[in-house]
Design a protein around this ligand. Sequence first.
Ligand code: R1P
Ligand code: MN
Ligand code: MN
Length: 409
Amino acid sequence: MARAIILMADSLGIGAAPDAEKFGDVGANTFAHLLKAYADETGEHLALPNLTRLGLADACEAAGKEPCLVSDRQAPTGAWGYAKELSSGKDTPSGHWEMAGVPVLFDWGYFPNTQPCFPQEFVDELIARSGIPGILGNCYASGTTILEQLGEEHMKTGMPICYTSVDSVFQIAAHEESFGLEKLYQVCEIARALLDEMNIGRVIARPFLGSNRDDFARTGNRRDYSVLPPSPTLLDKLSQDGGEVISIGKIADIYAHQGITQKHKAPGLMNLLEKTSEVIASAPDHSLIFTNLVDFDEKYGHRRNAVGYATALKEFDDYLPTILNQLQSDDVLIITADHGCDPTAAGTDHTREYVPVLAYQPGMTNTPLGERASFADIGQTLAQWFNLPALEYGDGFKDELLANKKGNQ
Ligand SMILES: O=P(O)(O)O[C@H]1O[C@H](CO)[C@@H](O)[C@H]1O
Ligand SMILES: [Mn+2]
Ligand SMILES: [Mn+2]
């Protein structure tokens, strides 16, 4: 019997994907560029001994063809490679679902980058069904900038702030106290039902607190309302096989609560890592412990805060030995990402990138996995790991992992 732990470093891309041009993302490289920005700002290279030992810098240099300015770099002792995305979009659900064996090959619905950007009929129906006095925003926006612009007007009028991005999302920001958290969730549910026919991937509740434009801050009560994955994922297959699928952070929301047997939420990077460690300590055999580390994306990538991103990666690196020391002989640890979000790129959106495929089992030695044709190679490997029937997509690499384990050679 076996267990697997996935740490999804949300947005940690490692170089522009072959189709980056279609997305306007030629030259993007989240990891290499945040390291460079950190070196430029501090005059020092970021020390990442644990992530480099797992192969992150080697994977990035192989994928992105740019040097990684790290210090305390260790030679890899795990399996490392880089995967491109089959899915049509560079959004969070596509990346997560593809990793779990279900690429999104259809096109999501997107709103046009105009103002207003939402169809009037939909807005009228949302207002009628939810009883709100109207909406603010109705445009493409960065979620923090739009709070500065419209937060005070929202508090005066009671009109929620509705905005979108290049992703297939409808986001609603509202004040937790003056508007009310439960009411925000209700409006999101109404929007979710109305947007199914437009094929919009996610409605996201973005609650915030504060009293004026200088102190508005989003809270940890974000909630994502995703459509269902188009077919059963690794998570469904493992839970149907009697396994535990333990969501930490927003994993459950991203998979529309499908195939999840336990859910834990925790605010912020360190709490998510500590919760992961706590769960690893007691999870039974045949468990998948699956954590999304959202801060990389939400707090640093979209905010184009490269040095903040670097500092958070360092905290992640510092915490990794705690998790590595907990691994049992039949456990595998996977570190990957769902898309890029290069903090040095123009705009505030995701970037179409290769993602790292890092896999580690106690006792293994350096195992280059090369370029992978889909994120689904991870899901397929885990299907093999858990002795499940093969998934429809993905080329598994369980044999490579075991071949390089000391004692099997
Ligand atoms: O700017 P914020 O509100 O963080 O929004 C970002 O978060 C959304 C979900 O990842 C993306 O589509 C992007 O628009
Ligand atoms: Mn994401
Ligand atoms: Mn994002």
